[in-house]
Each structure stands twice: as C-alpha cells, then as structure tokens.
Ligand binder design. Structure first.
Ligand SMILES: NC(=O)c1ccc[n+]([C@@H]2O[C@H](COP(=O)([O-])OP(=O)(O)OC[C@H]3O[C@@H](n4cnc5c(N)ncnc54)[C@H](O)[C@@H]3O)[C@@H](O)[C@H]2O)c1
Length: 375
C-alpha cells in the first residue's frame, strides 16, 4: 500500500470485483488504474458535477490522457437536478454522440446525486458499461458512491434505478476542501453511523478524532473514509442487491431521518437528519430491545462532538415527522425492518408492525424533546 493511501478490494461475485483507493491525491492515480483494467478501456466518459472546481479535476484528466486513453467530459448539473429522467436522457444522447462502446468506461465525478444518475446511465447504456466513482463530497465518499445503488427520482426519491457496482471507487479527500460546512458535516454523520455499526477501534478512534475531522485533517479523513467504505462494502458483499435484508443494517437511523427530511420539505440536510435519527432510534431501542440508555448517551456524545444535532427539532415536531413513516421504502406490507443498536458495534434487525414502530419512535422522540426542554 502506498504511503498515505488505503487500497482495498472486495469480491461481489466471481466476475464482479470492486476496488477502492482512498487518500489525498488519489485522483491522480486514476489514469494508472484505468490503464490496468481488463479488458482494456477504449475511451473514458467523464460525467462531471458542475459544482466541483475544475482546477481540482484537470490534473486527473491529464493523468488519464497520459495513459493514452481518450477522454470526453460531460458537465452535469450538480445536486438533485442531475437525478431526473430528463437529465439522464440528455446524458444517454451525449454518450451515443460520443460513440461510447461496451469497452468504454464512465467515470462519475461529483456528489451523490451525480454519481447516482451517471451510474444509472452507465447501468443502462448498451445494457451496462463499466463505471468508476470519484466522489467529491464527504457523503459521497462515505456512502453514496459505494455499494452499487444507482437511481433517479420519479414520483419520489430513487424510485427508478439499478444495482450496478463500480469497478473502482477513487475517494480523494482533497475534494472536500471546497465543500460548504453543512455539506461537510452532513457527510460526517454517515461516518458516525458506520462507526456505530462497526464499533471497536473505528468507533473509539472516531470518538477521539472529532477535532481533527472538524478541521478537515487529510490523514484523519483518509481513515474515516476508508473505514466507512470498508463497513459499507462488508455489508454489501453479503447482500449486493438488497435481497436478503442484511443490507438493511446500513439504514441505521434512516427510518426517522427520511421521515424528518420529508416533514421538513427537504430543508434539513440528509446527514443532519441521520444524526438525529441514530439518536432517536437508539432511544427507541431502549424500550424495544432493552438497549442500555448509556448507549444512547454515547451516540449523543459522538454526534454532538462532530458538530451535528443530537435532538429532534421543535419544527417539524415529533407527530408531524413520525406520520411520514407511512411512506418509508423499507415498509413491507404493514411491517418495517428496523435496524436497532443493541450496543455500539452491534445492530439487530427487528421486524415491527408499522403502528408499533411509529408508536415507539414517537415516544422516543418526545422523551428526547422533553429531556432537551429540561436542559
Ligand atoms: N447510491 C447510494 O447508495 C446513496 C446513498 C446515500 C445518498 N445517495 C444520494 O446522494 C445524494 C446526496 O449526495 P451529496 O450529499 O453528495 O449531495 P449532492 O450530490 O446533492 O451535492 C451537493 C452539492 O455539492 C456540490 N459539490 C459536489 N462536490 C463538491 C466539492 N468538492 N466542492 C464544492 N461543492 C461540491 C454539488 O454540485 C451540489 O451542489 C442524494 O441524491 C441521495 O439520494 C445515494
């Protein structure tokens, strides 16, 4: 392993291998990595998030060209605008115009929205071409660009999509230097979630490293991202297409979080909602599976140390938020599969009736609000 870099590989199936390269300057190694892909690459189609500073991307493009691989660049709108079917149609048209073949590789460079939509285009163009993710937000590095879920929004978030594993994930932590603080902290919430799932040395290290992460220290970020990718891929290899329910573990905190995002009209950033979500769901776990309240106290302390909210907001209130759980995607008939923390590093999947889940989450939400009101 090169100094300062983390390189890991997972086998999804006999023919499907995912490699991750994490570190400051990792993007400069993309050309070399593409040149090593078999069968060889005839052309690289870069789908670039318009919000990413071009100066950070040019050296990466030069590195690909140096390997003698032709590169074309398509600039995609950043954020959710990228995740419409219309945006993907435009991208497909461009791919056809560029005469991409099944030997071409799509390289998605951007936040989670751009990697989701470019990944969907790669999954469907000519029945699927190889692709690489180069996440440029912390949320993308720790979560969205990892695991092979691609999608666009249609009558709801991520309603049309495909599972399509990237060959390679290049997470260059230097990209986060230009991220607005809210976007950055939002990504820290997914790192915190992964540390709660894994526990052990990752959790202890994260608990002690929040000052380094809050000042975007590159070495700390490399470890935080590499561990997050490892936790997520460790689950994904067991259930790559979310068929066995195993992957539901990664939804820790997300049942409440998705409801809160929706109830707030998507004004609360995803990571902030996840931070509150892991707290509310840990408090609910106390009553549902007897989790020690000391665990919830640890969760509160972790998310607060990362500059994230740890209590449900006054508005939208608990009732309004919990009412949104009706429409949660993890719903199976009238049952929800809820991942609950038994302890730090131990998640239990519990199948609950929808009404019971709502009642318990509402009670936990109210208890936390009352505790906050008491100061
Ligand atoms: N596929 C998955 O498994 C998965 C998991 C989690 C989230 N997601 C999806 O990810 C999306 C959210 O991703 P996100 O949080 O990365 O936000 P985002 O993709 O919406 O990007 C946020 C903003 O940051 C800008 N940006 C990107 N990189 C930047 C950089 N380096 N410097 C400055 N600005 C930059 C973008 O242009 C955009 O305006 C959602 O659509 C969500 O559904 C997917």
């Amino acid at each position: 392993m090169a100094a300062g870099f983390e390189r890991r590989t997972w086998c999804i199936s006999y023919s499907d291998r995912v490699e991750a390269l994490v570190g400051a300057g990792a993007r400069l190694r993309l050309g070399e990595a593409l040149a090593g892909i078999e069968p060889s690459v005839d052309k690289v189609a870069v789908v670039l998030d318009s919000g990413v500073p071009r100066s950070l991307v040019e050296p990466m493009l030069a590195g690909i060209r140096e390997q003698g691989i032709p590169v074309s660049v398509y600039v995609s709108p950043g954020g959710e605008k990228a995740k419409s079917l219309e945006a993907v149609i435009e991208l497909w048209r461009w791919m056809l115009g560029e005469e991409l073949t099944r030997a071409s590789v799509v390289v998605a460079v951007g936040g989670g929205a751009v990697t989701d939509s470019a990944g969907f285009a790669a999954a469907t163009y000519m029945r699927g071409v190889r692709w690489v993710t180069v996440p440029t937000t912390l949320l993308g590095m720790a979560d969205a660009a990892v695991g092979g879920k691609t999608a666009v929004n249609m009558a709801g978030k991520n309603m049309v999509g495909a599972f399509h594993q990237p060959r390679l994930i290049v997470a260059d932590v230097e990209f986060v230097e230009t991220l607005p603080e809210r976007e950055y902290r939002s990504g820290l919430a997914e790192v915190a979630k992964h540390s709660l799932i894994r526990g052990g040395s990752f959790y202890r290290w994260l608990r002690d490293s929040s000052p380094l992460l809050l000042r975007r220290d590159m070495a700390a970020l490399t470890r935080a991202v590499a561990e997050s990718v490892d936790v997520k891929m460790g689950v994904v290899v067991q259930d790559p297409r979310e068929e066995k329910g195993v992957r539901a573990v990664l939804n820790l905190g997300h049942t409440y979080a998705h409801a809160l995002e929706k109830a707030s009209g998507y004004t609360i950033p995803h990571g902030y909602a996840v931070a509150v979500g892991v707290v509310v769901e840990s408090a609910a776990a106390e009553r549902i599976i007897g989790t020690d309240p000391a665990v919830t106290a640890e969760v509160v302390s972790l998310v607060s140390s990362l500059g994230l909210p740890s209590a449900p907001p006054r508005s939208p209130g608990c009732e309004e938020t919990i009412a949104e759980i009706r429409l949660d995607k993890k719903r199976r008939g009238d049952k929800l599969l809820l991942p609950l923390l038994e302890d730090i590093g131990r998640v239990r999947l519990v199948k609950l009736g929808l009404e019971e889940a709502r009642k318990e989450l509402l009670a936990a939400c109210r208890r936390l609000q009352e505790a906050r009101a008491r100061g």
